[in-house]
Design a protein around this ligand. Structure first.
Ligand code: HEM
Length: 123
């Protein structure tokens, strides 16, 4: 039986499964590999705290999520792929209120990022 996201261990499973898919993706993989290179452990541990803060209210992430995206070659097509891989990952592993919250927060944040990128590129 499929359960909800309840612990840091669950968050790690979600994040690690998602980025394993992202790395193999024809559209997103090359962008991450170019930027992250050998630093996957660091990237994954930042993303564990990011989602731990959002979903479990355990405030371990103190960074600024948008700035590293400002210079990436990404548009709607990339965000759509990112969101479809994320949703697919969450749905395969978990079900419940927190799992739904993970998906809805991902959509909201992706929307904010796209709005900021559009603004940057219009100037
Ligand atoms: C960091 C790519 C969407 C959350 C990064 C980095 C890359 C990246 C390459 C590492 C940057 C660096 O270390 O220089 C992408 C791409 C996306 C995308 C290609 C979509 C097409 C998102 C979304 C979220 C997100 C939708 C949140 C829901 C984060 C966070 C970090 C990060 C929290 C770490 C920021 C920090 O350094 O504190 N992303 N990202 N990303 N990304 Fe994304």
């Amino acid at each position: 039986p499929i359960k909800d996201i309840e612990s840091l261990e669950d968050i790690k499973k979600m994040v690690n499964t998602f980025y394993a898919k992202v790395r193999k993706d024809d559209l997103l993989g090359p962008i991450f590999i170019e930027k992250i290179g050998e630093h996957w452990d660091e990237h994954l541990s930042k993303l564990h705290s990011f989602w731990q803060s959002i979903l479990l209210n355990e405030r371990t992430y103190t960074g600024h999520p948008f700035p590293p995206h400002a210079q990436l070659p990404i548009d709607k097509e990339h965000f759509d792929r990112w969101l479809s891989l994320f949703t697919e990952t969450v749905d395969k592993l978990f079900a419940g209120d927190i799992a739904n919250e993970a998906k809805s927060r991902a959509y909201k944040i992706a929307d904010v990022f796209q709005g900021k990128l559009e603004y940057i590129h219009r100037r």
